[in-house]
Every structure is written in structure tokens, then in C-alpha cells.
Design a protein around this ligand. Sequence first.
Ligand code: ADP
Length: 632
Amino acid sequence: MNDTNATSVETRAFDAEVHQLLKLMINALYSNREIFLRELISNASDALDRLRFQALTDPELQGTGQDPAISISVDPEAGTIVVSDNGIGMTRQDVVENLGTIARSGTARFLESLSGDQKADAKLIGQFGVGFYSAFIVADRVTVETRHARVQNDEAVRWSSDGKGEYTLETIARDQPGTRVELQLAEDHADLADADRIKQIVRHYSNHISFPIRVVSTAAEEEAEPEIVNDTQALWTRPKSEISDEEYAEFYQGLSGDLQAPAQWAHHHVEGKQSYSMLLFLPGQAPFDLAWNRDDRRGVKLYIQRVFIMDAAEQLLPRYLRFIRGVVDSADLPLNVSREILQDSPLLDKIRAAVVRRALDMIEKVAERGGEAWATFQHEFGNVLKEGVIEDPDNRERIARLLRFASTAERAPHSVSLAGYLERAGEQQDAIWYLTGDSMDQLLASPHLEAFDKAGVEVLLLTDPIDLWLVNHLFEFDGKPLKSAASGEFEAPVDEGAEASEEQKQAHDQLSGTIKKLLGERVGNVRPSKRLTESASCIAEDAGGMTLQMRRMLKQAGQDVPPFKPDLEINASHPLVQHLAATGDEHRRAELANLLLDQALLIDGGELADPSGFVKRVNRLLAEPATDGESE
Ligand code: ADP
């Protein structure tokens, strides 16, 4: 970078990505154009927060002398809007990095996730740090003048762009640290250069920004003092009784970038040995990457005596509650607190426990309300909440009570609670049965369910990847153990008079032995099934062992899985098995034994080690007529 040539204007190209992003954004958000102002105000507010926080520990940053504030001036004649702040400002390098490139990987994801649905896309914009660029929705030129609080007044920078692929950079002089963003409105957005309109937008989207926002029109000379438009008193410091639902909702929307109202909130002032306020929100909808982006921990802001300190979701929220949004304001933590101190602060541990308790309270309230709100919660957050059973043993019972599953009785996802299951099951049923698999269709066709169907016993059908881990951590609920329907522990009630005779039993055991010999190292054990009614064979999971599905997942994740010798159960009354028992053709017998095993593996969603061998075998068996007589 050549800074000696201070007066010359340097032209640079955007990252290819930025250009692409701008075009997409302008199209996607055209009808939500007003959010550009929320984004610029939020940046200004962040810059003021950062200056205030850094000034606590860095005396060099002090001395700007003015109260932190945001001012917006509107010029209807020129068609411009200017948003200024006296916050931390940016260095030349900051400007290049922040406004010329998109370093954050979130942006790439934003691009991928654009759906063409404007409402959904608008919801994303606040969550992806692409905020600044939203200025180009309404402006055909944006000019930023900024000076970092640590640099001299002749080291300020002017950045300017029409958003079409290039921007210019220029070193300028600027009296005060801070940032000024000027938008030259495009013709069809010129109507926004209206002070009343802007005030309305500020009140709507940014009312609870904690710094004063002044709006002034250059056209109205009679207006001497610019008016403070927003309500700067931190909402969470006010008594609950004085705050309306609308105010809570607006505050949440400003905090989260969500355009919807929250599903629930919890507002508490705690006084005593340790004093703090907290205001937590349960959103009505999830950000699209909630399930897999487990590291996005931006939900809860930590304030100390009303000074914003940092995003402290990592310290205050367990991962499984990462969708919660809110504010915690401590009266006791030292202002110059660092991340490291926070990491093992007993003070913070207490607050964290309270945050978790209140968050679960909110979810329980929605559960009590039931209906659509609860269905929506389950749909949006149900799977993430399941992580809590694994992550938070202290609250396991409470969390388990909030989980909902599909079952053989109610096939819709997230419909059956464990308590509801037990109520239907009745006292005498001694376990909660579940079956895990990749899809509903696979599970419903599973031979493992045959005995349960026959006995009229409900089975939970678990198809989410997280369910596999869940059942490995949730051993029991209300005193009843959770057991896999694939484990072979369930015995179907035997029909009157259909009990196998001793003789038959012996024959079945013998047949199992024969099949075991034929399959050799491919299987652990072979045994007659007490539960199959329609299928010829199935894999029996040993209780506590690794399921096929779990093995597949570990394999996909690149982990070593121990060699697998499944136990096979055979249905002695099935024609295929009877045929095997009866045939004198050794070769055919071996083929049939292998077929029984391969079928069972396939039905469980397993992979065959030798699929082409399987297909050849089936074809041979279908084509070859039996070579000897079968005794029926
Ligand atoms: P985000 O605010 O989500 O990080 P933006 O695209 O809105 O993304 O802004 C990019 C970065 O530019 C910000 O993170 C901040 O570092 C810087 N920035 C934007 N506006 C200002 C401002 N008014 N003062 C200081 N820095 C700013």
C-alpha cells in the first residue's frame, strides 16, 4: 500500500464476490429497502460501543471530547442521506478489508442461501454481516469518510463506490475520529430523502439503540436543534410493568435482525449478592444454518453497568440453546473484563445457570401454550434442543420432557412426547421402544417393527442424525429405560396354540447352526427369531452395541470402525428359510444363507461389501430351477 502519495486517488476492484453479492442483494431486498438504515445505524452503534470499551483500557483512544452519538442528515434537494458517528472509525487497512473484501465465510453462505424469497432473504441480511452493502439497495454512490481513533487527523480515508465493481481510496484530513457514510440516492429511491420518513424508519427499526440518534433535514432551516428520535434508555433497565409487548418485540427485532416478533421473552432483574438484569428472547424462527453451524455464538450481549462489553453467547449459553437472543447486564463484573477472565469467572457461571433456567422456562411456556407456536418451535428448534440431553446432564430430565418425536402411532415429526408415550403404553410396559434409521419409509418397512405391530406396542421412530447420540445419552425417562426395537429384546406375544414344540425348537436351533456354518466369518451369531412374522431375516443389534446407522455415520466422518460381525435372526416359518432347510443342493443352500444375511443388511440401510456378488446371486437363484425336490 502506498500511503506517501496522500492526495492521489487510488482505484481498486472489488473482490469478485462483493460484486456478485451487491447485485444479488439489490434484487433480493428491493422491497425491504428500508433496512439499509438499520444496518448503517447498527454499524455506527457498534463503532461507538467499541470506542467506549477500548477507551477503558487504552488511554490513547480518549479525548474525542464529545458524547457518543449518531447523526443522520437528509438533503431532499441533493437526494442524499448521511449517517455519521463519532465512534472508533477505521484505518485505511480496515477500510480495504471491511469494505473491499468479504473475509467472512458467512458471506459465501449468505450467497448460497439466497432463496429468491424476499422475506426470507431480508431475514438473513442482518445475520450475515453483509450489512454495509445494503446501502447499495437505495444508493447509486456511497462515500465513506472515516478516521480511526488512534490515527492522526491527516490519516483519514475516503472510500467511494457506485457498487459496480470498483471503488476509490483517498487519504484525506478529518478533524474528529469517527465515520461518515454518505448515500447518493438512486433516482427511484429519492423519496427517502425526507426527514420525517427517515425518523419513522429510525423509530421502527432502531428505536432501542442505546446512543442518541439525531435526524436533521438540511432543507428545513426553521429546525434549529436536531431532534433525538430514538428511545435511548436501555430497555432492560426499565421495570417490566412499564414495557409494552410492542416495545419488547421492537427491541428484539433490533437486536436480532429478525423481522418477526419473538415467540416468548423473559425479563428479570436480580438483586442481591450479585446483581444483574437479563432480557432473553426465544425467536419464532431459526436462522437457516442453525442445525449445522454450531459455532455461531452471537446471541447474547454482555453489558456491564450499561456499557456494551462483548458478545458473550459462548460464555453465557450452552450450544443447544444457541438460538436464544438477549442481553445480560451485570452490575458486579469489572468493566475492564477480558474474555480470559470471563472464561472462568464464578460470577458468570451463576449468571449462565440463570440464563439456561430462564431459557428453558420460555420453552416450557410455549409448550404449555401448545398449538401452532409449539409446533413451530419444534420444527425450528426441536432437533437442536435434543443436543441438550447430551450437553447438559444437569438439565437432562427437563430437556427430555420438552422433546417430541415421530412414532408408529403418530407419524408426523415432532408429535410424541416421552410422557405421552408412557401414558399410552400403560404401567405394565417396561420400556420405551425406539427404532433409529435414515428415513421414515425405511423404518416403517423394517422387520424389527413386525412384532411390535402385532403386539400393538408403540415405537418411536427416530430419523434425525442427532437421535443416534440422543439415545446413547438418554437411558431412561420417568423410570423406564429406552430400548432399541432392533435389539431383539422384545418378544412378541405368541399366538394361542402357535407355540413351537420342543421338536420344532430343536430343528430351528439346528438350522441356525447350519446357517452359521455356511456364513462363517460374515456373522457373529445366528438364532431363530421370536419376533419376525413376515420377513425372512433381520439383523439383531446387541444391546449397547453400535448400530449399523452409527457405524455408517462414523465411517462418513472418517473414523475407524471396528470390523462388524452382525448377529442374524431367521424366521423359521418363512418360505425362503424353509426352502433352505429342505434343499439338498449344498451350493444353493450357501447362496440362500448369504441372501438372508444380505437382505437383512440392506433392510437396515446397511451397505453390502459385495453388491455385485449379491445381484448375481439373486439372479442365479431366480433363473435356476431348483435341482431337487422340496419337501413341503
Ligand atoms: P458487520 O457490521 O456485520 O461486521 P458490515 O458489512 O456492516 O458487516 O461492516 C463491515 C465492517 O466494517 C464492520 O465489521 C466494521 O468493522 C466496519 N464498519 C462498518 N461501518 C463502520 C462504522 N460506522 N464505523 C467503524 N467501522 C465500521
